[in-house]
Write a protein that binds this ligand. Sequence first.
Ligand SMILES: Cc1cc2nc3c(=O)[nH]c(=O)nc-3n(C[C@H](O)[C@H](O)[C@H](O)COP(=O)(O)OP(=O)(O)OC[C@H]3O[C@@H](n4cnc5c(N)ncnc54)[C@H](O)[C@@H]3O)c2cc1C
Length: 405
Amino acid sequence: MDFGLSREDKLFLDAVRSFAGRVIAPRWVEVDEGRWPIEEVAARLGEAGLLGIPLSSKYGGQDGTFLQAALAAEELAYADPSLATPVYMLLETAWPYMVQRYGREEAKGEVLPEVAAGRAFIGIGSTEPQGGSDVASFQTKAVKEGGLWRLYGEKNMVTGVTTMLNLPYGGGVIAITRTGRLEDKHRGITVFLALLKRKGRVAPGFSHRDWEEIGRHGLPTGYLTLEGLPVEEAFMLGELNGGFKIAMEGFNLARTIIGAASIGAARWLLDRGLEWMRQRVVFGKPIASYQGISFKFAELHARLEAARLAVYKAAWVADRHYGGDSAFTLQDVATAGATAKYLAVSLAVETALEVMKWFGGASYFKETNVARPLLGILSYYVGAEGAENILKLIIARNIIGRELV
Ligand SMILES: Cc1cc2nc3c(=O)[nH]c(=O)nc-3n(C[C@H](O)[C@H](O)[C@H](O)COP(=O)(O)OP(=O)(O)OC[C@H]3O[C@@H](n4cnc5c(N)ncnc54)[C@H](O)[C@@H]3O)c2cc1C
């Protein structure tokens, strides 16, 4: 067993760390307040080769690995712990990879190079108003009319619709739709890359409004109504009624990289906490000298180390599976991804709350910036890319067995 990074991965990490420290870190509060538009950030990420890391160079990607994507997400989150920047990057890792894996050549060749350049955004249109956890019961319909598919239904909490509408090419969502009967459950689901803006032209057949979010203001999330959005056959991913598995694969990968982003934010918080506890003097001594503080630091440090290893392992398992190693199944990727997200996100939330306590009342004011990461991380704690109980359900089912859980 080797806990070190390869030479290539170290060089990659150094380059990302330098980019993130130089370009993103000085301006992360501007991103969080929407004063540095995410579309401009995306262009910089694209130039730096951080969008579509595991995509093939044939489609403008880096021919990289999921471990490299995880390292990049961690460093971007350390630079922007509000999480808008790493979330943009990680969504453009997982979902475009599904397009590369299951898309038709025409769709891949057109859209993926635009994504990799930061000129298009591919989001995930999964959650519906009646709930996001039970994907097999989704109701958004795809109907073949003439030579085109048309999408009808409601998708809630879709990240990045306004962003794609602002980008030069545009982009779309991986739309999880029903093409079979409702009783067919997961066997009646088809996935499309449904473009809302293509080559600079906004498509007909949808409307959209953003929610007002409590945090992560840099990357908007909203409600999408599909009113007959046209989608060409070439933009179907995989086979008719075979989309459930593709959606689950995308979530597995996104969860792994979300774990990495949460680790980056938790590291940032612990570092700020460490600086503070060394210099904040109360009752005549730095607060670091009180065990109520230093032991809690030690506990969080230890748990961070463990969660970080779980994240890297999940990325490594994904690399083995997608690299063709039959010893690592899709179920292994799913279990490792759910484990990574579960451990890293809950740790990041607890770290944020604890570090805020170390800062005392000062943490409550925006000027210290230590509360901002909590509001971004909470999006993943409450649900985004799988609520905590659903992660536990995946782990339990995969290990105990579907017949019992
Ligand atoms: C900031 C943000 C961005 C998001 N971006 C996107 C996006 O881009 N695209 C998208 O499609 N969605 C997005 N989401 C939505 C997210 O995917 C959902 O919140 C998530 O899937 C959970 O769905 P829900 O919120 O409807 O909760 P529900 O499915 O209604 O679940 C409610 C609660 O019940 C629990 N629960 C459900 N079933 C079970 C069970 N069987 N056993 C035990 N407990 C259970 C859940 O864990 C949860 O705590 C985003 C959410 C947020 C907050």
